[in-house]
Design a protein around this ligand. Structure first.
Ligand SMILES: [Zn+2]
Length: 334
């Protein structure tokens, strides 16, 4: 959706350095934030959510509600969770973006040209985790308070942690705006393949939709020779009655096989199903330098772009995927 057309606070920040582009920052007021989180463009997200997952993401009991009723309750809860930024939060975010702008202009002009949009929410949705919706980064008040505190203490003098957070999230915005560009990274550089896999019922009720990676159809080859097979990384709930986010999330590798062309199926159509912890699939884990956020190419890319652009906190710097990904970024992020 287009954000910030009316009433948004727009700050044009002149970045230092003659060549640096100006950064545009929209800090959405509450009403616009609610519209961005629950308006027509956001409806696809809620249409994917299942009952247990809505409980995890909103902590609503949803007692005796149908799935349709629960989705409506979720939309209401997300819309009600938004808030207005405090002055301290505005200044901290503006300064964080401003401080990055010369680096972005030099190393990733596509990021330098992309507007920044922020939505503030309270701690009642998505486990207070930073995420994105449309063109906006959604930050919980706890995160914003920590940012404002760090800014007040002068901690932005060494802003790599703040930059890493913001660049990770902004990468998800860019992925949404440039799907074909990033698909090339996932297939040609990372080695994923994009297929169509319809989730069986047992998976549907357990799957957790990541708002930053809602399309779960990227499969990856593991094993050698006759043992070679493909897995689908996914996030599931380990507890369906009263799930907590993210404590009851587990990251798994699901076996998949080809049906015909792009159509693939899960090896396990019914329960009990084999759900291997992704971190126990050595071929997959070893294929990527980033750990902990490797369950979807969108997340791998977000981690790697943040580390490539900032040049700090680079995980496993000797890993061969860094050179190939840097080469991609040099061309793609112009
Ligand atoms: Zn992410």
């Amino acid at each position: 959706m287009r954000v910030g057309l009316i009433q948004a606070l727009v700050l044009f920040i002149a970045a230092s350095g003659a060549q640096a582009e100006e950064a545009t920052v929209h800090l959405l007021p509450r009403a616009e934030s609610s519209a961005a989180l629950t308006g027509a463009a956001a409806q696809g997200y809620y249409a994917q959510l299942q009952l247990a997952e809505i409980r995890a993401k909103t902590a609503l009991p949803l007692k005796d509600l149908s799935l349709d009723e629960a989705r409506i309750a979720a939309i209401k809860a997300y819309g009600a969770a938004t808030g207005d930024f405090t002055d301290d939060e505005r200044v901290a975010l503006a300064e964080a973006v401003e401080s990055m702008q010369p680096v972005l202009s030099a190393r990733a002009p596509l990021y330098a040209r992309t507007p920044w949009c922020f939505i503030k929410v309270n701690g009642t949705i998505e486990g207070s985790l930073p995420h994105t919706r449309g063109d906006c980064i959604v930050l919980a008040e706890g995160v914003l308070q920590a940012l404002a505190k760090a800014h007040a203490k002068g901690k932005f003098d060494h802003p790599s942690g703040v930059w890493a957070l913001l660049l990770h999230e902004q990468t998800h915005v860019l992925q949404r705006r440039n799907p074909a560009l990033f698909a090339g990274l996932y297939t040609d550089v990372f080695g994923f393949r994009q297929v169509e896999v319809s989730p069986p019922d047992w998976l549907k009720v357990r799957r957790v939709i990541n708002p930053d990676a809602p399309v779960v159809e990227w499969i990856y080859p593991v094993g050698k020779d006759a043992a070679r097979h493909w897995v689908l990384p996914d996030i599931e709930l380990s507890e369906l009655d009263h799930p907590q986010m993210p404590a009851d999330f587990k990251v798994v590798a699901l076996g998949v096989h080809e049906l015909e062309g792009r159509r693939w199926a899960l090896d396990d159509a019914v329960m009990p199903a084999t759900q291997t912890d992704l971190e126990r699939v050595a071929d997959y884990v070893d294929a990527f330098p980033v750990k902990g956020e490797a369950f979807h190419p969108n997340e791998i890319a977000a981690e790697m772009m943040a580390e490539i652009i900032t040049g700090v906190r680079v995980q496993n710097p000797e890993h061969p995927l860094w050179a190939r990904t840097r080469q991609w970024a040099d061309g793609a992020l112009r």
